[in-house]
Design a protein around this ligand. Structure first.
Ligand SMILES: Cc1cc2nc3c(=O)[nH]c(=O)nc-3n(C[C@H](O)[C@H](O)[C@H](O)COP(=O)(O)O)c2cc1C
Length: 344
């Protein structure tokens, strides 16, 4: 199995398509396409996934269908029905090299999916790694038990869905690293850090905490290649003081009528009119009504913008290549600063 590169884009539903994933892999990172959350037979998300895989293959100019596609696909497992039957055949045929699972209903739900991947891997000489996103030490332990190859350790600064009760990566990552060592798996398991990382300072800090690499979501929204609407990109650029501009809450899903998540998850999004009205005492039903009305009228200002607490440091829309080059260059400066600080 190939080790994951240093910088990975999160499979952000609605934003991480074939174009973004291909750009990240082409620039020396590792790109993920968001595969969706409804994998039942005839779900339009399956056709969309196939389309995005074809797009990525074409951008990366991989002409032989037998050659691996150096990108991964993320599946939200909150509704896992159909992943084994409908998604895995698509991923095997596309020869993706990564499968990302996150947010199961129950701790062990990933077991049968990972077993199926392992069987296909063996039977088809398929070079694919299973990434599992976890937000607690317990979830990390469960992911190891069911056969994850890579743990994406998601801290509470992350944008989008996450564990309702969890720590930021500064506390979570070392504790997960210790647990992985204690169960004797540190040689075989890779750790990626996610949550609030937007630049070289975060990357170097994550490596210092014990990560092998990082996953960035929000930072990749503000790139040329990301298909997010300009209004979302502009809100990310204009936000200051990320911890005050965003909030971690279950209410965002209530407002946009996607409140099907198990109680152990919530999500971080930019504080917009919906959240402000709720905090000011307006009833959920009325906030939902206003949200839906704005949506029907094509007004964007009530759209929930999922984003991490790192947004305060995102100042510019750049190409994916420029972002990665800048991070690599500035990481070296950050390391020099560390060496100086410790007199090394
Ligand atoms: C807009 C957005 C959509 C997301 N969608 C997904 C998703 O579909 N599946 C998933 O596993 N994680 C999703 N996440 C969470 C990411 O996997 C990751 O943990 C997060 O982006 C890391 O924090 P950061 O945004 O501060 O970099 C999403 C995050 C954002 C910002």
């Amino acid at each position: 199995m190939s080790p994951p590169p240093l910088i990975v884009n999160a499979p952000m539903y609605g934003y991480a398509d074939g174009q973004l994933a291909a750009a990240v892999s082409a620039a020396g990172g590792y790109g993920f396409i968001a595969g969706g959350y409804n994998f039942t037979t005839n779900s339009p998300q399956l056709d969309k996934l196939q389309h995005e895989l074809d797009t990525a293959r074409s951008i990366l100019q991989i002409t032989s269908p037998d050659d691996p596609l150096p990108i991964g696909v993320g599946c939200l497992t909150v509704q896992a029905d159909g992943i084994i039957q409908n998604v895995l055949p698509i991923l095997l045929k596309a020869r993706v090299t990564g499968i990302w699972l996150s947010f199961p209903q129950h701790g062990t739900d990933h077991g049968p999916i990972i077993t199926a991947v392992q069987e296909l891997r063996q039977a088809n000489a398929w070079d694919v790694s299973v990434y599992v996103q976890v937000g607690t030490v317990n979830a990390a332990r469960e992911a190891l038990e069911v056969g994850a190859d890579v743990l994406v350790v998601q801290g509470s600064d992350a944008g989008g869905h996450q564990w309702a009760q969890g720590a930021s990566i500064i506390a979570l990552l070392p504790e997960v690293g210790d647990m992985v060592r204690e169960v004797g798996k540190s040689a075989e398991i890779r750790l990626l850090a996610a949550g609030g990382i937007v630049d070289a300072r975060g990357v170097v800090a994550a490596i210092a905490l014990g990560a092998d690499g990082v996953v960035m979501g929000t930072r990749f929204i503000a790139t040329v290649e990301c298909s997010a609407p300009d209004t979302a990109k502009q809100q990310i650029l204009s936000a200051v003081d990320g911890g005050s501009a965003t909030v971690k809450s279950r209410k965002h899903d209530v407002f946009q009528s996607t409140d099907f998540w198990p109680i152990r998850y919530d999500g971080r999004a930019i504080i917009g009119p919906c959240y402000k009205e709720y905090a000011g005492g307006i009833a959920d039903e009325e906030v939902i009504r206003r949200h839906n009305e704005a949506k029907e009228n094509g007004e964007a200002e009530r759209t929930i913008i999922w984003a991490g607490a790192g947004i305060g440091s995102i100042r510019k829309i750049v190409s994916v290549a420029e972002l990665l080059q800048t991070i690599y260059a500035e990481s070296k400066l950050a390391v020099t600063r560390l060496n100086d600080a410790f007199g090394i």
